[in-house]
Design a protein around this ligand. Structure first.
Ligand code: AMP
Ligand code: ZN
Length: 452
């Protein structure tokens, strides 16, 4: 399907962001990586991308059926910290992960708790247009008033037995109706409450993404992304309430959803076991960019099977790239480019344009690296261009200064290696690793890298 934006040369892109009651797991991070590949591809194609992402810091109701326990309150009870502190702590941790994976920060990051007035405004609009009803103290969206309900997921509503999977809310006229505004919390000690025309309470989860995306991108925009689990409920409800409120359709021109990261054939999830964080991968000796490389190797619409062995393979592939590239001549002012170089770039662009085929794009990069007909400088220029999208920091020079104490340890290790004192050399390597410095021995000497 060709991509045609609403406004020439510009793209408005919204991605559902994290729910900050826990660390992001590497499954969540796969989705953010896919969105970064997409954004970088659009920018590489010359678009000016306005990328908006929300942070769900209202802790309740991330469960599909407006049920479930309040995760932030649970975390607050367990740790003795305030709900606001917890949300801030996990927001900071999230952005630390994003930076380490070399994911570009969104143009606008917006917190749900900073946009309650916009959400209330949206509910008012829906109320004026007759899409809402009040029951049991809560305000619901009535899907029967919106004949297009479920069009994204092509849901056959007759087949969906809401009660089979989720607790039935007896206030609902239709089991797929959803809450826009809660005043009757089923959770005790609700810490985050706001005044509204319907009473003191808090918004339904789906509301924030509609309110914030329209505030920053307009009532209709180009791209909306998220994980595949969001199709049947969250995105379906976002579409219903946005299109009902504005009367404009389609609200979003292109939807892209990332498939799951799976471990032992099970989807990685916040509530189940098999929960791996980026910190854990670093503890195991991986660089966050090894995980980025691993994710590039799978197409976003296919499930990706995680294992440490597969991650090790990605690590050695990335290191081998780094080792080769770091030895090349870096003359970037070339008088001409070998015709094969231009062909590689054309192919690379084509693969990305073909529904973001990152595995093929990675193969194009390898083809350049291995091509004996290209000079080192030509390869360097081509890799630098491709890395604008791949984001593996393949051509960046380490310019950061190290602490003198660490610098002298590296020198001592070099000397130990020369003296064939491998025990001391290994000891120093381990000591530096514990301080977040990873050493790589290359034919041109020892290089260091921060691993956080
Ligand atoms: P959450 O913080 O739970 O709202 O999830 C953040 C993002 O990660 C959403 O876009 C989810 O769809 C996505 N996600 C959740 N689990 C996985 C998984 N196992 N693999 C890939 N993406 C996931
Ligand atoms: Zn969302």
């Amino acid at each position: 399907m060709p991509f045609v934006p609403l406004e020439k040369g510009k793209v408005g892109m919204y991605t559902c962001g994290p729910t900050v009651y826990n660390y992001a797991h590497i499954g969540n991070l796969r989705t953010y990586l896919f969105e970064d590949f997409l954004r970088r591809t659009l920018e590489y194609a010359g678009y000016n991308v306005q990328h908006v992402m929300n942070v769900t810091d209202v802790g309740h109701l991330t469960d599909d059926g407006d049920t479930g326990e309040d995760k932030i309150i649970k975390s607050s009870r367990e740790t003795g910290r305030s709900v606001w502190d917890i949300a801030q702590m996990y927001t900071d941790a999230f952005f630390r992960d994003i930076d380490r994976l070399n994911i570009k920060r969104p143009t606008i990051v917006c917190k749900a708790t900073d946009h309650i007035p916009e959400m209330i405004e949206l509910v008012k609009r829906l109320e004026e247009r007759g899409y809402t009803y009040e029951a049991g103290g809560n305000i619901y969206f009535s899907i029967d008033k919106f004949p297009d309900y479920g069009k994204l997921a092509q849901l056959d509503l007759r087949d969906l037995k809401a009660g089979a999977r989720i607790e039935v809310d007896t206030n609902k006229r239709n089991p797929h109706d959803f809450v826009l505004w809660f005043t009757r919390s089923k959770f005790e000690h609700q810490a985050m409450l706001w005044d509204s025309p319907w009473g003191r309470g808090y918004p339904g989860w789906h509301l924030e993404c509609s309110a914030m995306s329209m505030k920053y991108l307009g009532e209709q925009f180009d791209i909306h992304c998220g994980g595949i689990d969001h199709i049947p409920v969250h995105h379906t409800n976002e579409i219903a309430q946005s299109e009902a409120a504005t009367g404009k359709s389609p609200w979003v021109r292109y939807w892209l959803h990332g498939e799951f990261l799976v471990i032992d054939r099970e989807k990685m999830s916040k509530s189940k076991g098999g929960f791996l964080t980026l910190d854990r991968l670093v503890e195991e000796g991986f660089d966050p960019l090894d995980y980025r490389y691993f994710c590039l190797g799978g197409h976003y619409r296919s499930q990706l099977q995680f294992s440490f062995d597969a991650l090790k393979a990605a690590q050695s592939a990335r290191r081998s790239l780094w080792d080769r590239i770091s030895q090349w001549n870096r003359e970037e002012n070339l008088a001409s480019m070998h015709p094969k170089g231009n062909q590689y770039i054309a192919q690379f662009r084509q693969h990305l344009a073909n529904d973001l085929n990152t595995p093929q794009a990675l193969a194009d990069l390898w083809a350049v690296v291995k091509d004996p007909d290209l000079s080192e400088s030509e390869k360097f220029v081509l890799v630098k261009e491709m890395d604008q999208v791949l984001g593996l920091r393949l051509t960046e020079q380490v310019t950061e200064q190290l602490d003198p104490e660490l610098e002298s340890l590296i020198k001592e290790r070099e000397q130990a290696r020369k003296n064939k004192d491998f025990a001391r050399s290994d000891e120093i390597r381990a000591l530096l690793k514990s301080k977040g410095i990873l050493l790589e021995d290359t034919p041109k000497g020892t290089r260091w890298k921060r691993v956080f």
